[in-house]
Design a protein around this ligand. Structure first.
Ligand code: KIV
Ligand code: ZN
Length: 519
């Protein structure tokens, strides 16, 4: 069976999503999961765009040995050289160069002629080729470009050594049949196309990214670029899980294979959601909370009799954990560790101890501890940040006839216990104001969401927030059976990320952030 190469761009185009912010360690954590998932290529960042991106590519290239590691580069010499610098330690390095190809971009943005663009494309591929064999080229905004010009560019870059040519639907403009025709046109009209892999990269502005990708594959594309949970610029990119499960579930139609271990999909999806702070809509295909839930009586009856009546995929095939009761307050550290391993988590001893402590505290308040509760407990460990200030104590008084008041105590970087209190419009506002009085770093709360992890009155509440400081967004996550405590934890989490990016604080004095430290 023919194989479709899965090129994951969660760490590059996915991280370009407004409000997504991952630090270097979090990117590495995601890269490790992408490796377990079995993706063929990891686009690890845009090396020339920031020291943080450069460092993330360098670290991933050094640590993740099986898949191809690929930085993105614009078509200029400095960007190509930086891409190579960042990826040269990889076992399987690739460089991905892009340059606009539509007349709209050429005349309004780049102000260059078609001839100039063609020459830049050719010469930058040739430049990258001096460093390594595996070079990919993308004519940006290809779906709004003249197809004949796209054929010419592709022929030139393949001649210059491009081994993959990627067709981006940069603004999510294409319609499946039309996109399929473009792919067919390329296969029929680019004389040397057999010397390169034909790839596609679709955005979801019209909700057609997955449909366009699958149609392109049906017409002959053999690499697809996609992201976990479909995150990415604007409305996002084609979702990896939907494409992969589409190919697998309808193998009768496509007759194509991928190297993805689909049982790792759920874990990858949760990790990306936890680390980016983008929650997954309940009706999201494959990994949404309702994707395998049957509400109507007729459907439930059918599924109980034979799942195939209303289920086209087995939830276990995408790694969705059964929400059965697994642990209780009587469970020991060993049982907890075993369950974590079954769920795919390997924590350091210290992280395991902290998670176990949190599990015990939760088990005191909640009788039934499900897999989802455990995931929530562990998620705090995955958000790897240096805790500059830690939350020691929080208390609120509120009600319909009282002024919401909060008292908080934080432990400062030098171990001092700092307490303060504040009034607010509500209990969360009061807590955030009290914390601000201690930490004193200006920021604006731009998003606050709270949701319960499982059903039931004793469920864990998970709070996701975004704060903004100097135009940069920082996410925070906190979980607790008490949503005020969860809110305080989320705020501390976001503030610590802000402080880590801006510099550390010792006795109220900032020192500058270390080189390459990302958000
Ligand atoms: O959408 C796009 O055109 C891109 C390119 C850089 C491939 O992301
Ligand atoms: Zn893109």
């Amino acid at each position: 069976m023919d194989k479709v190469i899965i090129f994951d761009t969660t760490l590059r185009d996915g991280e370009q999503a407004a409000g997504a912010s991952l630090n270097t360690q979090e990117k590495l954590e995601i890269a490790k999961q992408l490796d377990k998932l079995g993706v063929d290529v990891i686009e690890a960042g845009f090396s020339a765009s920031s020291p943080g991106d450069f460092e993330a590519v360098r670290l991933i290239a050094q640590e993740i040995r099986r898949p191809i590691i690929c930085p993105l580069a614009s078509a200029d010499a400095t960007a190509v050289d930086k891409a190579w610098e960042s990826v040269k330690g990889a076992t399987h390095p690739r460089i991905h160069i892009f340059l606009s190809a539509s007349d709209i971009h050429l005349s309004y943005q780049l102000r260059k002629s078609r001839e100039e663009i063609l020459e830049m494309s050719r010469s930058m591929v040739a430049r990258a080729k001096k460093y390594l064999d595996d070079v990919e080229f993308s004519p940006m905004d290809a779906t709004r470009a003249d197809p004949v010009y796209i054929y010419q560019i592709l022929e030139a870059v393949i001649d210059a050594g491009a081994t993959t040519v990627n067709i981006p639907d940069t603004v999510g403009y294409a319609i499946p049949r039309e996109f399929g025709d473009l792919i067919q046109g390329i296969l029929d009209n680019v004389p040397n196309i057999n010397k390169a892999v034909l790839s596609v990269h679709c955005h979801n502005d019209l909700g057609l990214a997955v449909a366009n990708s699958l149609e392109a594959i049906r017409r002959g594309a053999r690499q697809v670029e996609c992201t976990i949970n479909g995150i990415g610029e604007r409305a996002g990119n084609a979702s990896l899980e939907e494409i992969v499960m589409g190919l697998k579930t309808r193998q009768d139609f496509f007759n194509l294979a991928t190297s993805i271990d689909t049982t790792q999909i759920y874990r990858a999806s949760r990790l990306v959601s936890d680390l980016t702070g983008f929650s997954i809509q309940p009706n999201k295909a494959i990994i949404g909370a309702n994707a395998f839930r049957h509400q109507s009586g007729i459907h439930q009856d059918g599924v109980l009799k034979k799942p195939i009546t209303y289920e086209i995929m087995d939830p276990r095939s995408v790694g969705i954990p059964s929400s059965t009761l697994v642990l209780s307050k009587l469970s020991g550290r060993h049982g907890f560790k075993e369950r974590l391993a079954e769920l795919g988590y390997t924590l350091s001893e210290e992280a395991l101890n902290r998670s176990f402590q949190r599990f015990k505290e939760l088990a005191d308040k909640k009788k039934e501890i499900t897999d989802r509760d455990i995931e929530s407990v562990v998620a705090e460990e995955l958000r790897t940040i240096t805790e500059i200030y830690s939350l020691d104590y929080v208390e609120v008084s509120c009600g319909d006839h009282s002024l919401p008041t909060a008292t908080v105590r934080l432990i400062s970087p030098d171990g001092q216990s700092l307490a303060d209190a504040a009034l607010g419009t509500g209990p969360v506002d009061a807590v955030y104001k009290a914390i601000n009085r201690i930490v004193g770093i200006p920021n604006k709360l731009i998003e606050f969401t709270v949701k319960s992890v499982t059903e039931g009155i004793d469920a864990i509440g998970e709070v996701l927030i975004r704060i903004e400081s100097d135009g940069v967004t920082y996410t925070g996550r906190g979980a607790s059976t008490d949503i005020i405590v969860a809110s305080a934890k989320a705020y501390m989490n976001a503030l610590n990320r802000l402080l880590a990016a801006k510099g550390t604080v010792t006795r109220g004095i900032y020192s500058s952030p270390s080189k390459g430290e990302a958000r």
